[in-house]
Design a protein around this ligand. Structure first.
Ligand SMILES: Cc1ncc(COP(=O)(O)O)c(C=O)c1O
Length: 358
């Protein structure tokens, strides 16, 4: 399924099958998951409450929803819990009254796929590689006429660049006729304030994913925050029991006990990211895009293409993300993610072997 619109990083089970090797033999630099071991206490909580899979899950994940709402000083009807934020990415383009979507490129591919499936026309808003894909909010604002759904990923996947939340908030407040969906899946990897901590706005929807920061993409758990009316419109079309009981149990634990883990991830990233990025940038034929995230977008400057590099890395049992299928990028771009020190070293050694001219 190379370069299909549904292709993501982190498909380690599929790669293990393809290569005929155990998952444990693979180093997955393609997924943007936090690099630390499982959150302390999560395994025990799940095991302790595993018998609850004998019940139907709460229909609206009410307990978890209310905990999340209280935590972020929102009312209970201003939050929805979903089967990953993916649930809401695919729901939002179906909201009534939208004329088109605006998608900043390059960004997370599923926004465009979701709009295509909903039949919502898309206008791309390309960012410049020369400027490290920096988002100029004034330039974006000048294209808005009202009626749009604007997808903003902050920090952005795959570039890793960030827009200050206060600037975003001011721009969203100044454009009440446009609906903004801000995806904060990677915000907790930075010390930037969340839009959840700023005043609610009627034309703002915020996505919070637990997949990456808590390393639980297999559970599927995400949140949508916005106005009660818009959330009611989305939840009216939600399938019943869309969030499974184990995910609800895990979420209740993480929303109340997850802070120490997030702080540990922040400290790990601050300690290990700079040296890893510097080592990547020092490799022959690689330029690094200047971002802030746990993942790093790289550009090949020689003859090697990202698809060939991915193949060569797989021979070392290492998965990298070939970024050629991101609108706005091409076959020179690949992405790797910060892992534990042994993994980072293994990745750098393999890249060195492949990229150093013999
Ligand atoms: C920017 C972004 N948003 C959303 C998602 C989907 O995450 P989930 O549905 O697991 O919350 C991803 C996953 O890679 C992502 O990178």
């Amino acid at each position: 399924m190379a370069n299909s619109p549904k292709q993501h990083g982190g498909n380690i089970l599929a790669v293990a099958n393809e290569l005929g090797c155990p998952v444990a033999a693979l180093l997955d630099m393609s997924s943007n998951l936090m690099p630390l071991p499982m959150v302390a206490g999560l395994r025990e909580t799940i095991i302790e409450r595993l018998d609850e899979i004998a019940y139907l899950p709460e229909t609206e994940s009410e307990t978890l929803r209310d905990l999340f709402a209280a935590r972020h000083r929102r009312k209970n009807d201003e939050v929805l819990v979903g089967n990953g934020t993916t649930d809401f990415i695919f729901a939002a383009p179906n909201l009534a009254g939208l004329t088109r979507a605006v998608i900043v490129d390059p960004t997370y591919n599923d926004y465009r796929l979701a709009c295509d499936w909903a039949g919502l026309p898309v206008s791309g808003f390309p960012l410049a590689a020369a400027d490290d894909f920096h988002l100029d909010l004034n330039r974006l604002a000048a294209t808005l006429a009202g009626g749009e759904l604007v997808f903003l990923c902050n920090p952005n996947n795959p570039s890793g660049t960030i827009t200050p939340s206060a600037d975003l908030h001011a721009m969203i407040a100044a454009h009440p006729e446009t609906l903004f969906l801000v995806d904060e899946s990677y915000l907790q990897f930075t010390r930037e304030a969340s839009l959840l901590d700023l005043a609610p706005l009627p034309n703002l929807l915020i996505l919070t994913s637990y997949s990456k920061i808590y390393g639980i993409p297999g559970l599927r758990l995400g949140f949508l925050t916005g106005t009660p009316a818009r959330l009611a419109a989305i939840s009216a079309r939600n399938k019943p029991w869309g969030v499974n009981r184990v995910a609800q149990v895990a979420g209740e634990f993480l929303v109340t006990h997850g802070d120490a883990h997030v702080e540990a991830v922040l400290q790990y990233t601050a300690t290990h990211r700079p040296a890893f990025v510097a080592a990547l940038a020092a490799l022959p034929g690689i330029e690094v895009v200047n971002g802030v995230c746990n993942f790093i977008l790289c550009r090949l400057t020689g003859a090697m293409r990202a698809g060939a590099l991915r193949k060569a890395m797989l021979a070392h049992r290492i998965i990298i993300r070939d970024c050629a299928n991101f609108t706005g990028l091409d076959d020179r771009y690949f992405r790797v993610s910060l892992k534990d020190p042994v993994g980072n070293r293994r990745c750098l050694d393999a890249l060195t072997k492949i990229l150093t001219p013999s």
